[in-house]
Design a protein around this ligand. Sequence first.
Ligand code: ADP
Ligand code: MG
Length: 388
Amino acid sequence: MKNTTQSDNRQENFLDLKNFKGEVSVHSPGRINLIGEHIDYNGGHVLPAAIDKKIYLSFRKNGTNACHIWSKNYQTGFTIDLDEVKPSQTEWQNYILGVIHYIHELKPNTVKGFDCVIDSHLPMGSGISSSAALECGFASGLNKLFNIGLTKGEIIILSRDAEHNYVGTKCGIMDQFAVVKGKKKHLILLNCQDLEHQLIKSEFVPYQLVLLNSNVSHNLASSEYNTRRKECDEALGVVNKKYPQYKYLVEIPENVIMTFKDELPEKVYNRALYVIQENKRTLMAANALEDELFEVFGNLLYQSHHGLRNLYEVSCDELDFMVDFSKDYNYVLGSRMMGGGFGGCTINLVHQDHVSSYIEKIGKAYKEKFNIELSPIEVNISNGVEIH
Ligand code: ADP
Ligand code: MG
């Protein structure tokens, strides 16, 4: 979003921020999503969980009307004048400016001057939602520091609104929900229409979830994300002319969408078909996990990737290579790209006895093919945002 910036990079504002100890410390996790990709904004079911890789934020009041924010990861900071909060031209600042803007709308004059240091152990743009971890962690920290009284539900919604309207990504609600409401050792089966949810135990023994970061992040991610949203709206709009009862794409039965094959542009039809099938897969996957049917679950991961690659068209060569490679190893039960797409991680279900040898094999093959290192990310399922 283009606008004037409140950015103030004068180093004197930040010199003592580099090692300071705050009054409030926040641990804000990233998230994984087992299945149900690009489904949240289509009103369907998703299966995320918060993880033990986190962004650490530290806050203190400074008794002024200015806020100084330092990102250790970027080794840069900026200053906000609370009387003039508006979008900046620097993307990462907008996650924070948006959060302050929407807290101000809900609870006027509660945020006063503060200093904040951000230190992240989450790779950015890898599909594990450093963005939601940043927004929700920031909102939770200010909530505690100034005793604002925001509910978890309000933090989830205002963080989503910040990403929509300050950053410009029209994301769904899954990331913020998982980051705030995650529970150790549990997956969240979330209905994104009404936010009804159910916790499912995340026991995969003798298998293990393995994230593999492709270390590519193709530029298309944000623009194509918004394009997919528009394509889904277009499909729903056409179907609604004949069947006005469906409020979301996921409510349309597969045999009904099939009757629109000739009426919809091919791409738009494919997007809708993917969404309807993926929502069904998510429900089947949740059942399979409850019954410990890991092979069934693994197969659903492969089907999900197939749809993301061929119908929704948000994959890329690197991710496809990784998923295809895994199919030759029968101790890998399933694999798919995870997150918005065009790079980032794959999520894999691998027999625990073969995890390290598999990582070595796929890492070597990936390096040979693309001359890029593959990074495994070890994750355990963890609680949502915690204040210390
Ligand atoms: P993902 O959410 O999958 O990591 P996004 O593109 O949605 O990918 O969000 C990544 C963006 O979030 C970064 O480009 C940056 O703007 C912001 N961000 C994440 N972590 C930090 C951090 N530690 N410091 C500053 N900005 C961050
Ligand atoms: Mg994100």
